[in-house]
Design a protein around this ligand. Structure first.
Ligand SMILES: [Cu+2]
Length: 466
């Protein structure tokens, strides 16, 4: 028993010294030189605090089963126990990895002040009489709109890092939730909103608050984000407005974003030489597969079921999250950067303003998929519906918002302009007449009977892949 106490004391001293050291370095970093300088310092901080975090986690799992929960600062706003779903432990923000899947470079993107000390308010729907904000195609926006958005974004970029509405803080919210900076509540596991059924609702919340912050900065209730309509031929190059300040980002691919290069919606870091026409029809076929033929079941589209509890985590992105989501992130990111920063890696992706147009289109496509299913609720599991996350609103208040709150865009007072989804008709045609194909397959397999459906699926699959 005595030996145990001594071990506890030694471990505790190590942790305190380590954390104190980390805090000192953080304190030293100057808020104003936030962007690159801060990043360099953060990386040093991260390396230090990551090793201590690792040490703390090992220590806690070996010796003190619930050490971490006893030692985290006590919230001024204790929350009611949660029956269903998952949520972040706001007291647990720690360094994480640039890309949690690859367990790569350590990064640190936590807020300057611990968020559990802030007053938390529950989400409330906007007034139903509020004018609907209609998000429109970025490549069709006129100069008046671009000027408005430019002034909102410039103000956002000029806010100090202390201000949760600042562009740098907004970008770091993505970093926090997508690299595992928070632990899940009542758990030592890192929370990550990608590669699971939280992908769509979390990003909807994120851009919802982002849009309303931009609107409030120019005092324009009608302001809406735009979507990068990369699934329609005219939108398959980066929209013009993103080549000018403040939408410009220097950390973008040297090869891809310049015209007339058409995006490759299933780019996987390998360059494929296609003419523009070939690329466009390939892209439409990719869309058809990812949203229609390959996404008929909920989990195929939404991603795997991620629940609370020891075995709750999962790692399985839905069709659209894999492509065009992941693939376009990689396509836009700068190839000479180690992790394809900005767009090509979780921790840095939202530093590029095109991120918000990319995700607005993904959000729109979620809605198109729902319409294809006659708007039947995709998931009724309370573990999904009652999971909640935290975002700062336009008044800098910290808001707790549940997945169930973001399933109806109209209630959130926004929508999308109606566009033609050409790919809905891009069902691949069999490369030979189906009767001939059946005959060929039967002959090939020595007359073995195979189900008709299976044969047609093969044809469809081959057409999409090649
Ligand atoms: Cu993304």
């Amino acid at each position: 028993m005595k030996g145990n106490r001594l071990l506890h004391a030694v471990l505790f001293t190590f942790i305190i010294v380590g954390l104190f050291g980390s805090l000192q370095v953080i304190k030293d970093s100057n808020n104003e030189e936030h962007t690159h300088m801060r990043e360099q310092k953060n990386q040093q901080v991260s390396i230090i605090s990551t090793s201590f975090l690792w040490f703390k986690n090992i220590a806690s799992s070996l010796a003190f089963a619930d050490w971490q929960f006893n030692k985290v600062p006590v919230s001024k706003n204790p929350e009611k126990p949660q029956k269903f779903g998952i949520s972040p432990n706001l007291s647990s923000c720690h360094s994480s990895f640039a890309n949690p899947v690859l367990v790569s470079m350590p990064v640190y993107c936590c807020p300057p002040n611990i968020e559990s000390d802030e007053q938390i308010i529950d989400f409330e729907f906007p007034d139903p009489s509020e004018q609907l904000r209609i998000r429109k195609r970025a490549h069709m926006r006129d100069s008046d709109y671009i000027a408005k958005y430019a002034s909102a974004l410039s103000i956002m970029k000029s806010l100090p890092y202390d201000d949760p509405r600042s562009f740098a803080r907004q970008a770091d919210v993505h970093c926090i939730y997508c690299t595992g900076s928070y632990n899940k509540k009542h758990s030592n596991e890192f929370l990550n909103v990608h590669r699971s059924w939280f992908f769509f609702p979390w990003h909807r919340m994120y851009i919802y608050f982002h849009e309303r912050i931009l609107a409030s900065l120019i005092d324009d209730d009608t302001f809406s984000l735009s979507f990068w309509n990369w699934d329609t031929p005219a939108g398959m190059v980066m929209p013009d407005m993103y080549f000018q300040e403040p939408f410009l980002d220097t950390e973008r691919s040297d090869k891809h974003i310049h015209r007339p290069r058409v995006v490759n919606l299933d780019y996987n870091l390998v360059e494929i030489n296609r003419t523009s026409e070939e690329q466009i029809s390939h892209n439409l076929a990719v869309m058809y597969h990812q949203v229609v033929s390959g996404a008929k079941k909920m989990e195929l589209f939404m991603g795997c079921i991620y629940k609370s509890g020891i075995n709750g985590s999962c790692d399985g992105a839905g069709t659209v999250e894999q492509a065009p989501h992941d693939s376009l992130h990689g396509w836009v990111g700068k190839e000479s950067n180690r992790y394809l920063e900005h767009m090509g890696v979780f921790y840095a992706a939202a530093r590029d303003p095109i991120f918000f147009a990319h995700h607005a289109n993904l959000d729109r496509i979620w809605n198109v998929w729902e319409e294809l299913r006659n708007n039947e609720p995709e998931i009724v599991d309370p573990d999904w519906l009652d999971s909640y996350f935290f975002f700062h609103n336009e008044k800098s208040q910290l808001v707790r918002i549940k997945v169930r709150d973001v399933l109806n865009m109209t209630k959130l007072r926004y929508g999308y302009e109606k566009v033609d989804n050409l790919w809905l008709n891009a069902r691949p045609k069999p490369s030979m007449d189906p009767t001939m194909a059946r005959h060929a397959l039967n002959t090939k397999h020595n007359g073995k009977k195979r189900k008709k459906k299976f044969k047609l699926l093969i044809l469809e699959f081959n057409k999409i892949r090649h």
